[in-house]
Design a binder for this molecule. Structure first.
Ligand SMILES: Nc1ncnc2c1ncn2[C@@H]1O[C@H](COP(=O)(O)OP(=O)(O)OP(=O)(O)O)[C@@H](O)[C@H]1O
Ligand SMILES: [Mg+2]
Length: 339
């Protein structure tokens, strides 16, 4: 304790003390210029000089310690903040440097993660683009090599090639959407709209896709004058993604669209009796390109971008998308909109 107190006094009052001692020595000589006083003054001045030297030495040691730790950070000699030690006198500075180093390590880790995500994204994009392009190329080459005059296959091959150009353009559109949303370029236009009319229209548009798979598409309407706030165009994208997913990943049964009205918000719910999503995948399916069963998803024309777009749009409405699912029983997606 004494040690600490002395250090504190030494640090905080040293300069004041030195100036005072110097002035006192000068005053003694000027006021009473006797030999004894001369000796006292000289002793005082010498003491002051010794203190200054001591102080300077201590500061130099501290500065070199600080310099050592900073250059250590620059040279990557520390692997964790706890490795930085400046000693008890510089505890506060040591803590600050530790915090700064910790933050720097976090930032670097985050940048590395972003870089990894960017590389993965590029790899995924090229992979997904390659599949339809190669297929189209294959059909066209076969046609050029002679199949064009073979009436048994020529039309079929052209139709297949055309089908793949559709999935190619869907993929490119999804990619444009994703990059626009992520770069903040997608402008939202929020207006109140009648949710009943909106969902009725959506269900009408999706009916055929469900009927083609012998699935029932049911709409349970909310009260007819319920108005919700949102960007209708973007919400159309959300609903068509959710309903088409429900159709794609349901082999038998029904898809039910409903609205649950709360006091300030209303939830829009898309539920199906499909294959369901295993619990370990429920967080990841909103990631770009993530598919539970890649083979199955690709077979039904999926690239794994739909739910990433859905999540972004829902979040742009200051809301969140929730998923409840059980394998082989079905899935339920829901998100809220302001009333
Ligand atoms: N209703 C659902 N039932 C079961 N699995 C689903 C359902 N919706 C989504 N999934 C799973 O989540 C994955 C991601 O869905 P998402 O809509 O992002 O991609 P996708 O449907 O494969 O392709 P895209 O929508 O880009 O055409 C799907 O591949 C599928 O495995
Ligand atoms: Mg989808």
């Amino acid at each position: 304790m004494w040690n600490k107190l002395f250090k504190h006094l030494f640090h905080s009052y040293l300069t004041d003390f030195l100036i005072l001692a110097f002035l006192a020595a000068a005053a003694i000589i000027i006021i009473v210029p006797s030999p004894v006083n001369m000796i006292i003054s000289l002793t005082l001045i010498l003491t002051v000089i010794v203190f200054i030297l001591l102080f300077a030495k201590m500061r130099k040691r501290e500065l070199s310690q600080i310099l050592k730790s900073i250059s250590g950070i620059r040279r990557n000699t520390y692997s964790a903040p706890k490795d930085i030690i400046l000693g008890a006198e510089l505890k506060e500075l040591e803590d600050e440097i530790k915090l700064m180093f910790g933050k720097m390590l976090e930032d670097i880790a985050y940048l590395k993660k972003l870089e990894k995500m960017r590389t993965e994204f590029l790899a995924n994009v090229s992979h997904e683009l390659r599949t339809p392009i190669f297929t189209i190329q294959g059909y066209l080459e076969t046609l050029i090599d002679g199949a064009i005059v073979d009436n048994a296959v020529n039309r079929k091959f052209l139709e297949k090639a055309a089908l793949h150009t559709i999935s190619l353009s869907n993929l490119v559109n999804d990619l444009i959407d994703i990059s626009m949303i992520e770069s903040g370029e997608m402008r939202m236009s929020f207006r109140y709209f009648n949710i009943n009319d909106f969902l009725m229209e959506m269900v009408g548009e999706m009916k055929q896709a469900a009927t083609d798979k012998n699935l029932e598409l049911i709409f349970i309407p909310p009260r007819s004058n319920l108005q919700l706030l949102g960007d209708k165009t973007r919400l159309k994208q959300v609903m068509s993604n959710l309903i088409l997913n429900a159709v794609k990943y349901t082999d038998a049964g029904k898809i039910e669209i409903s609205v649950e009205e709360g006091t300030k918000t209303a939830d829009i719910i898309v539920a199906d009796t499909g294959i369901g999503i295993p619990e370990e995948d429920t967080d990841r399916i909103f990631e770009r390109f993530y598919r539970v069963d890649k083979a199955r998803s690709r077979a039904v024309g999926g690239t794994g971008l739909g739910l990433a777009i859905v999540k972004h749009i829902v979040e742009a409405h200051n809301s969140k998308i929730y998923l409840k699912s059980r394998v082989n029983e079905g899935s339920e997606f829901r998100f809220g909109l302001k009333k």
